[in-house]
Write a protein that binds this ligand. Structure first.
Ligand code: HEC
Ligand code: HEC
Ligand code: HEC
Ligand code: HEC
Length: 213
């Protein structure tokens, strides 16, 4: 076979080997994304009580249909490239985890939950709740009430699922605009039997939290 002048077998060999290496790399990336989207992986850090327990009681965990949404289904974008970007962005979680070993303490974690929830909601807003639309089709949200279908067709212009549906599967956190830090801290103090004013000090890192693990 005659090759065009600019090509020679050596170059072709490089392309072929390079191509296989590329495929292998992509497959590894897919496997990586798959594992790092699993509940097992996420809950290796995220406190079971705070994030996972409410999730396991939600309709997304035990729906009538048996179609279960995993952590990654909601929190990790579709497609290898986007998923990988999410995971790379997620390494800031890893860094926070290393920098703040106290996050393992449920009190610290609960004090920090509102900010984490606001940040997560912001991500959903920025992505147009794309991960929700992986499973839900706006035109098909018939619902159990007479006007649910109409709401989703008429009132959702310029809105994202997260604008109306917060507190889906985790511990309830008020909307950012109505959130009151004092009330949250007081709730934490009552829940863990702390003295008044302790929550603020723990949150600011002035006092270490009691060991409740
Ligand atoms: C290495 C430990 C670790 C792993 C594994 C981990 N996270 Fe995180 N994550 C953290 C830490 C630490 C934070 C920051 C906590 C904070 O700010 O309160 C965080 C914050 C978050 C937030 C809220 C803030 C934001 O950036 O949106 C979400 C949502 C989240 N993680 C989801 C996940 C999901 C889903 C997985 C599995 C795909 C996962 N995490 C795996 C440690 C981890
Ligand atoms: C993996 C698929 C999947 C993903 C991703 C998903 N859902 Fe769902 N969702 C379901 C299923 C299945 C049900 C339960 C249907 C049933 O039991 O009738 C459900 C139920 C709901 C309900 C009604 C029940 C409730 O808990 O209030 C709302 C609202 C909802 N989803 C919104 C969302 C939003 C918002 C997102 C994105 C943050 C999302 N869903 C992501 C599959 C999914
Ligand atoms: C303008 C606000 C609004 C937006 C935006 C919105 N919803 Fe809803 N959604 C509602 C209301 C209100 C209900 C009815 C709640 C009820 O009856 O308890 C509802 C109900 C639902 C239900 C449950 C239906 C049932 O009764 O079983 C699902 C699922 C759902 N929404 C998914 C979504 C998804 C996915 C998106 C993003 C594409 C979305 N919604 C966007 C307001 C909204
Ligand atoms: C049905 C979609 C859905 C699933 C499944 C889901 N999340 Fe979330 N997650 C959300 C939404 C929406 C928020 C934004 C906060 C809110 O309104 O609840 C959030 C917030 C968070 C936060 C911020 C802190 C907080 O409590 O709000 C963390 C951390 C988190 N998710 C981790 C996880 C982990 C780990 C899993 C699996 C065990 C998981 N999520 C499963 C939709 C989901």
């Amino acid at each position: 076979m005659r090759l065009p002048a600019f090509l020679n077998w050596k170059l072709i060999a490089i392309f072929v080997v390079g191509g296989f290496a590329g495929i292998a790399f992509t497959l590894i990336l897919i496997e990586f994304d798959h594992y790092t989207s699993s509940e097992e992986f996420c809950t290796s850090c995220h406190s079971m009580e705070l994030v996972a327990n409410p999730y396991r009681e939600s309709k997304h965990y035990f729906p009538t249909s048996g179609v279960r949404a995993s952590c990654g289904d909601c929190h990790v974008s579709e497609g290898v490239i986007s998923a990988t970007i999410d995971h790379v962005m997620g390494t800031k979680d890893l860094i926070s985890q290393i920098m703040h070993p106290e996050y393992d303490n449920p009190i610290v974690s609960l004090l920090h939950t509102p900010e984490a929830a606001f940040e997560a909601r912001e991500w959903f807003r920025e992505t147009g709740s794309a991960t929700c639309l992986r499973c839900h089709v706006k035109e098909a949200i018939k619902g159990t009430r007479a006007d649910t279908l109409a709401i989703h067709q008429e009132n959702t212009e310029g809105k994202s699922c997260i604008d109306c549906h917060i507190n889906l599967v985790h511990r309830q956190v008020p909307g950012k605009k109505v959130f009151k830090r004092d009330a949250w801290n007081q709730m934490v103090e009552e829940e863990y039997g702390l003295e008044a004013g302790m929550a603020e000090k723990i949150h600011k890192g002035e006092v270490s939290p009691p060991d409740v693990n």
